[in-house]
Design a protein around this ligand. Structure first.
Ligand code: UD1
Length: 423
């Protein structure tokens, strides 16, 4: 398995282009199942998770082709008549569950494997199931698969999610586009990826209101047509690379970055003493002097501080002046990067969902192991600011969500390279 070698201690300077959002693309792709006509996505990221979704859609009978080295994805589901999302694909990636709502809406039935255990907590699907049941679906769990059917078609309903789940909101909104009548989804998630999905569904002819607020209203239509849609910028990739100069020092411009997508992070960086400014091409982040200040962080649903940036923020706070408290409220068990950062000299105490980080002057490079996608990139960031060499192993997690990370960081002066497992 490949590793990433980082030789720390170089300040960064230059520009990094931000790709289209993985999490938006992973919900936009299943939207193809709602229509017989082609759906084209531009600004798609080139990631292994996107290849997994491609494999899943093909297994369902959809045609998927890519252009411009994967930047453009064209899909057509006119012949998609298999309705079983197999465990062998679903287990690789939880977002596979986003085919459930569209398949059910278009065909009246769907069989989708439960994703199974995940390194960052239990991540059940009860919220997806109760919301689709509210629309008239009958769903039962047999042999590890959710068997869903809507013998009389889906019908619009008023439903309130117990928690503003991103995936449950996406599945429900997609299903409701083809349901009979009006669906009002309350306590809906407000993440920018949901707004992006709704923009695409509207381009396909769906009638939806309230995206970006906690009440989304969907007026069902008989059919959706084809569309071309550009994928929104990846706010997690953006936030990750904003933290690179914050940790290593220097100034980096994030091309295509939007401040509104990362307002909660920008606020915390400002508190810590890092400057964030808008430029004509995106955002610029600079750390000019001394250590950053300690700040407290609580992860919350959007527009709060994203859980997907918590590990990277911890890498910054590991060398802050003072003690920071990080509270993880979205996922249980999402501090697996803490012991790895401690191998690099970080002082962190974890109690349940709270990590207390007492900043040290500098981390020291060490061999470390990544346990999930965001944890792996946090170790790379920590390595950029550390003395000596950091080797991050098991980087297949990284390739799920970050496009050419070593190229993007070396282009701004980092000493980073991929060490191929085969030598
Ligand atoms: C999405 C993102 C992921 C991000 C997360 C939270 C994608 C592909 N992934 O994941 O990167 O970390 O949002 O911002 O977009 N829950 C339940 N029952 C359910 C569904 C969820 O209890 O039916 C719980 C989960 O266990 C978790 C919390 O709700 O504790 C948040 O999950 P959710 O918002 O659904 O995240 P995902 O859509 O899986």
């Amino acid at each position: 398995m490949d590793s990433i070698l980082v030789r720390g201690g170089r300040s960064l300077s230059g520009a990094i282009p931000i790709a289209g959002a993985k999490n938006a693309c992973l919900t936009l792709m299943p939207a193809t199942l709602l229509s017989e006509e082609p759906l084209t996505l531009t600004n798609a990221p080139r990631l292994s998770d996107i290849r997994t979704m491609t494999e899943l859609l093909r297994s369902l009978g959809a045609e998927v082709s890519t252009l411009q080295d994967g930047r453009v994805i064209t899909m057509s589901s006119h012949a998609a008549n298999n309705h079983i999302a197999d465990y062998e694909i679903v287990r690789k990636m939880r977002a596979s569950n986003l085919v459930l709502g569209p398949m059910l809406a278009r065909h009246g039935h769907a069989v989708v494997s439960l994703p199974g255990g995940c390194a960052i907590g239990a991540r059940p699907m009860d919220l997806h199931v109760t919301a689709l049941e509210a629309l008239g679906a009958e769903i039962e769990l047999r042999d590890g698969y959710l068997h869903a059917s809507a013998p009389n078609g889906l019908k619009g309903a008023v439903h309130e999610l117990r928690f503003a789940s991103v995936g449950a909101t996406e599945n429900t909104v997609m299903a409701a586009t083809l349901a009979k009548g009006t669906t009002v989804l309350k306590n809906a998630a407000r993440e920018p990826e949901i707004v992006d999905l709704v923009h695409c569904l509207k381009a396909m002819g769906a009638q939806i209101d309230g995206e970006g607020t906690s009440t989304i209203t969907v007026e069902g239509v008989d059919r959706l047509h084809g569309a071309t849609h550009p994928v929104v910028a990846d706010r997690i990739e953006l936030g990750t690379y904003m933290l690179a100069p914050a940790i290593a020092g220097g100034e980096v411009e994030l091309l295509g970055g939007r401040l509104d997508l990362v307002a909660a992070l920008a606020e915390k960086l400002d508190e810590a003493g890092i400057s964030v400014s808008e430029t004509p091409g995106g955002l610029s982040v600079a750390r000019r002097n001394g250590r950053v200040r300690a700040v407290d962080v609580v992860t919350e649903v959007y527009p709060g501080f994203p859980t997907d940036l918590q590990a990277q923020m911890m890498a910054l706070l590991a060398t802050a002046d003072g003690t920071s408290v990080l509270e993880e409220r979205i996922f249980e068990n999402r501090f697996m990067h803490a012991p790895e950062l401690m191998r690099m000299g970080a002082r962190i105490e974890v109690h349940g969902g709270t990590a207390t980080v007492t900043g040290v002057e500098r981390l020291k490079g060490a061999p470390v192991m990544a346990t999930d996608l965001r944890a792996s990139v946090s170790l790379i960031l920590a390595g950029l600011g550390a003395s000596g060499e950091t080797i991050v192993s098991r980087v297949y997690h990284l390739d799920r969500g970050y496009e050419r990370v070593e190229h993007k960081l070396s282009a701004v002066g980092a000493r980073i390279e991929r060490v191929r497992a085969d030598g």
